[in-house]
Write a protein that binds this ligand. Sequence first.
Ligand code: FE
Length: 349
Amino acid sequence: MSPTRRTTVCALLAAAVLALVTPAGAQEQVLNLYSARHYPTDEALYANFTKATGIRINRVEADDAGIMARLKAEGAASPADVIFLVDAARLWRGEQEGLFQPVKSALLDQRIPAQLHGTDAGQGALWYGITTRARIVVYDKARIKALDVDTYDKLAAPGLKGELCIRSGSHPYNLSLFGSVLEHLGPQRTEAWLAGLVANLARSPKGGDTDQIRSVAAGECGVAVTNSYYLARLLRSKTPADREVVEKVGFVFPDQSGRGTHVNISGVAVARHAKHRDAAVKFLEYLVGDDAQRMLADGNNEYPAVPGVRIDNPALAAFGPFKAETVPIAKVGANTAQVQQMLDRVGFK
Ligand code: FE
């Protein structure tokens, strides 16, 4: 028998043995993940899960709105097992639309602080924050003092008339920030504060967070609001244009001597109609491990949701430690509907 032929026979034998030990109809374990997060570190993150558990991950990637629309259209026939969304406002919307099911896991409860759990009606939380990001303030170092923009309240002060750049008030990042302010200030003061922001706008809200930072550097506005990772991305960028932007702007983590800076999340949930529930819970538990937390956070210059997990990230090191607010993120999400009504009343587009 030639070596080649022997190899072929061996391969056939191996296949036959496999067929004997694998009962007919037994299926490979899979997990269907609908994700609105896409970063270069994702491949390793998912490959490590498959290596550890043998569960293959099928990914459907879309933006948050696309994922929500797809889940609604699929209904009970949806193959989705795990849903990955960014921002508490969106997760709360998914919860309201009945897209998730509660998860009870001692490991998740122990690893993720209760403040970062979604609504829990006694059967476990409907979603879990898995990374955190701060909503911070950047300002033009040439004409604004940090002291004048070091609280969210001050952004509505009359002295900043015509200076504020911010993306649409109805964007989930702002809905959540305002939802947190509502929790701190109550409805009357929050609505007055929102009206103050509108009065201070340098221009009608447009663009994303990075556009606001660039507009500050370009002198179009004196102060802007952004998620921390957008500034971190610029801080780590090597392109000359980005270096120039970074040179011109200062940053502040607001309310350090008071209630703390508003912190939002990216988060995960088990789909209401998950066909692989056990695998889904296993995946959530995998995501709160030290290595997965590091990959998730570093991939987008965010903070691990699990306390005590250290990541070696130069931008976060430049930010330094900061005091975060302690409002439960589920409350922030739930406040966003009321916030939207206020935005309509004060004309915050
Ligand atoms: Fe973002």
